[in-house]
Design a protein around this ligand. Structure first.
Ligand code: FAD
Ligand code: SF4
Ligand code: SF4
Length: 474
């Protein structure tokens, strides 16, 4: 260990932008075994590991790095999977620059340990060697748990509860398992086979999925509560934020999720009429994406791979103030996206369909109460970007669950997120828990996984506390 002094930080080989533009494969190739061990050996085995503190699932990073450096990969996998249900997913799509790697102590001057890439390597190797097993319990329990939402939060909880022997039923309105992992995040960040492999493991372990089942349409929350001993709400945040400018009703102005879902469905082999008729297909067109987060980056990079004529990202702040991961911005720049920094949309122009986005230049003024400089339009700076398709990627809010679930008694915050007691993950309704984006607002996969694990532990405690003591039962 401690090799950071002699060995430079190296990620797995990055594919050339030209090659990436032409397919949907991931950006990085797999780590070669010797490279993974070498990179893991750069860790200085801190007594107080800041990487672990800043990992939302508190991964025992120094231990699995040490085991990887020693070539003890099966043990490394066991340690890494003890705190994270889907390490191969987090290793690929966590914003490591903001979390574990950004807080690695050797980051200053030496470049941090490539933690995410090693985590991905450990679990990919575990799958190749058959070390990853379904969560089949040692004994079955009679209690059944209903989970609403098959995204990472719901799936992590499902696995943890199934391991305890519960009868786990997952309801999802989509036709596939995975939530935003399957229909939001594109293949070049996370290959769909990785999610499908996880879904199959859960099925093999006995988790029952009820797909195309929308709570609110096919059952109310109270009906589900009557079916199960406990319920977990993990429905994510899907209400797209909109923009109020003239021309917003023109044809070919889309919400980011509609665009990404169509593209992901195409990649999965589905027939998508709105893609087939060209409405949601960027090929040969000028594309303008409005927004600066990870969703906007996924849209611009999807448009590049659909062979758009030009792709412009319009963002009202500058590069350093983007909310998304800078690594994603760098990938987008390499792949040929044109960034219009400090530009905000003023109007969509066109007759019946959009032909351009009129934007105004922005000056960043004094910081507001949130500490961020407030964007101020510069008078007389209007200009127009040609657009055959405009995509709004302005973030997401939770849907109105009390109305949707026919459950006005369910407490929500003023932002619409479901209120929980953070110690018990329980809502104000007895036996109803919540996790992931529906509690936090649009957030991160690793946080949803952590919440799902916490909620599963809380449900287990709740069921245990309700169990009739043996002496009373006889
Ligand atoms: P979701 O993944 O949203 O899953 C919720 C599930 O609930 C869905 O399957 C939905 O169909 C189902 N559902 C909703 N309502 C109902 C109902 N009434 N009845 C039945 N089922 C219902 N995070 C990262 O860490 N890294 C990234 O690179 C990243 N990229 C992203 C890119 C995009 C385009 C988007 C939109 C998000 C991205 N995120 C990323 C955020 C991340 O995907 C989410 O934080 C995470 O998926 C939240 O997990 P969840 O389980 O709470 O909800
Ligand atoms: Fe880093 Fe995410 Fe892995 Fe934690 S789960 S170690 S934050 S990549
Ligand atoms: Fe190793 Fe960096 Fe974590 Fe320290 S902070 S234990 S050097 S990975």
């Amino acid at each position: 260990m401690l090799k950071f002094v002699d060995i430079a930080a190296k990620r797995p080989d990055k594919r050339e932008a030209k090659e990436r533009r032409a397919d949907w494969g991931e950006v990085y190739r797999d780590f070669a075994a010797e490279r993974a061990g070498e990179q893991a050996s750069r860790c200085s085995q801190c007594g107080v590991p800041f990487c672990q503190i800043h990992c939302p699932v508190q991964n025992n990073i120094p231990d699995w790095l040490m085991l990887t450096a020693a070539g003890r990969l099966q043990e490394a996998y066991e340690v890494s999977s003890a705190t994270n249900n889907f390490p191969e997913i987090c290793g690929r799509i966590c914003p490591q620059d903001l979390l574990c790697e950004g807080n690695c102590v050797i980051e200053k001057g030496f470049d941090s340990v490539t933690i995410g890439a090693v985590e991905r390597y450990i679990t990919d190797t575990a799958f190749e060697n058959g070390w990853v097993k379904p969560a089949s319990p040692a004994r079955e329990r009679p209690e059944s748990i209903g989970i609403i939402g098959a995204g990472p939060g719901g799936l992590a909880a499902a696995e943890m509860l199934r391991r305890q022997g519960y009868q786990v039923h997952v309801y999802d309105r989509y036709d596939r398992v995975g939530g935003l992992l399957i229909y939001g995040i594109p293949n070049f960040k996370l290959d769909k086979k990785i999610i499908q492999r996880r879904a199959q493991l859960l099925i093999d372990g006995g988790v029952k999925f009820h797909l195309n089942f929308e709570v609110g349409r096919d059952a109310s929350l109270s009906e589900l509560r009557a079916r199960h001993e406990a319920i977990l709400i993990a429905t994510g945040a899907y209400k797209s934020r909109d923009i109020k400018v003239p021309g917003v009703g023109l044809k070919n102005i889309h919400m980011a999720m509609d665009y990404l879902t169509a593209s992901n469905r195409k990649g999965l082999g589905d027939t998508v009429p709105r893609f087939e008729d060209g409405g949601l297909n960027a090929e040969g067109k000028n594309i303008v994406v409005i927004g600066g987060g990870d969703t906007a980056m996924d849209c611009v990079r999807t448009a590049i791979r659909q062979n758009a004529k030009s792709v412009t990202c319009l963002y009202r702040r500058d590069r350093v103030n983007m909310p998304g991961s800078l690594q994603e911005v760098t990938h987008a720049e390499e792949e040929g996206v044109n960034f219009a920094w400090l530009s905000a949309p003023e109007a969509f122009v066109g007759d019946s369909a959009v032909e351009g986005v009129r934007a105004v230049h922005i000056h960043l003024g004094v910081a507001d109460a949130s500490g961020r400089q407030s964007p101020q339009p510069i008078a007389g700076s209007s200009h127009t970007h040609a657009a055959d398709i405009a995509i709004k990627a302005l973030g997401f809010d939770p849907e109105d669950l009390p109305t949707l679930f026919d459950a006005p008694e369910l407490d929500v915050t003023r932002w619409g997120t479901v209120k929980v007691d953070w110690n018990s993950m329980m809502t104000n309704l007895d036996g109803v828990f919540a996790a992931g984006d529906i509690v936090r607002g649009a957030s991160l996969v690793v946080l949803a996984i952590g919440d799902g694990r916490d909620a599963a532990a809380a449900i287990h405690r709740y069921i245990g506390a309700r169990a009739v003591p043996l002496e009373e039962a006889i």
